[in-house]
Write a protein that binds this ligand. Structure first.
Ligand code: KIV
Ligand code: NA
Length: 276
């Protein structure tokens, strides 16, 4: 059965933790869906892990739609949430509603996610009014990297912690169905999770949130040497891939690949006749 916003809400109420991973393509989405992951995030992190940019700022609506459609095809049960890219919801509320609509209509997402707190209340309200579920995202919001001056833990001072709590409450009031809490102290995330009736999904926010999300290349050991503290590597697929690719190259050089079982044959007399 397809997971929906209601499934997530029930999971919070029943204290069943929500599992979420990023996905950017059909075959990976299908693997995650079959493994029983509850929700897939087509994150704008795709700019970094799939397209090789240094940050998420240059990701376009077209990029998001293209990857979102592929993920949606692979997600039979998982709930698909697609990120609104930088500048697709900042200029005007009508832009924001229009672009959110494109991620649903063209990207086949079931919900959208946008970064920001109270200052985006009106935007979240307007998108929600168009019957598009909105997931909030506060704490470390990577689209604000230039404003933050780098990727840093947020909400460590009293003022900053208070602002993040206020933002969470404002997003819930504006109609968000869930909120991602990124790189904030665990006790602050726990407090927010208690105060909200909607689910919280943590990344670098401790284990008291209603769910967890990670970028899959990070948790499978496929992306770079950069290793945020909050990532746990569940596999070393990058190393496995390199080993397999090197073996492939060697076997080509040594004429061990392809072997007879990978090869098509023809009656020898046909070749003999052609040789004459
Ligand atoms: O783009 C992304 O992958 C995200 C998650 C890390 C929450 O926004
Ligand atoms: Na994102």
């Amino acid at each position: 059965m397809k997971n929906t916003v209601l499934t997530m809400q029930e999971q919070k109420v029943n204290h069943e933790k929500i599992s979420m991973l990023t996905a950017y393509d059909y075959s990976t989405a299908k693997l995650m869906d079959e493994a029983g992951i509850n929700a897939l995030l087509v994150g704008d992190s795709l700019g970094m892990v799939m397209l090789g940019y240094e940050d998420t700022l240059s990701v376009t609506m077209e990029d998001m739609i293209h990857h979102s459609r592929a993920v949606a095809r692979g997600a039979k049960e998982a709930f698909v949430v697609t990120d609104m890219p930088f500048m697709s919801y900042h200029v005007s509320i009508s832009d924001a509603v229009y672009n959110a609509g494109r991620l649903i209509k063209e990207g086949n997402a079931a919900a959208v996610k946008l970064e920001g707190g109270a200052e985006f209340s009106k935007t979240v309200e307007a998108i929600t009014r168009a019957s598009i579920p909105v997931m909030g995202h506060i704490g470390l919001t990577p689209q604000s990297i230039n404003a933050f001056g780098g990727f840093k833990v947020q909400g460590k001072t009293k003022e900053a912690a208070k602002k993040i709590l206020k933002d969470a409450l404002a997003l819930e009031k504006a109609g968000a169905f869930a909120i991602v809490l990124e790189a904030i102290p665990a006790d602050l995330a726990a407090l927010i999770t208690k105060k909200l009736t909607i689910p919280t999904i943590g990344i670098g926010a401790g284990n008291q949130t209603d769910g967890q999300v990670l970028v899959y290349q990070d948790m499978l050991g496929m992306y770079g040497d950069l290793q945020p503290k909050f990532v746990k590597r569940y596999a070393e697929l990058g190393k496995n891939m390199t080993t397999a690719i090197q073996l492939y190259k060697e076997e080509i050089q040594q004429e061990q690949f392809p072997a007879s079982e990978h090869t098509f044959s023809i009656a020898p007399e046909i070749i003999e006749a052609l040789e004459k």
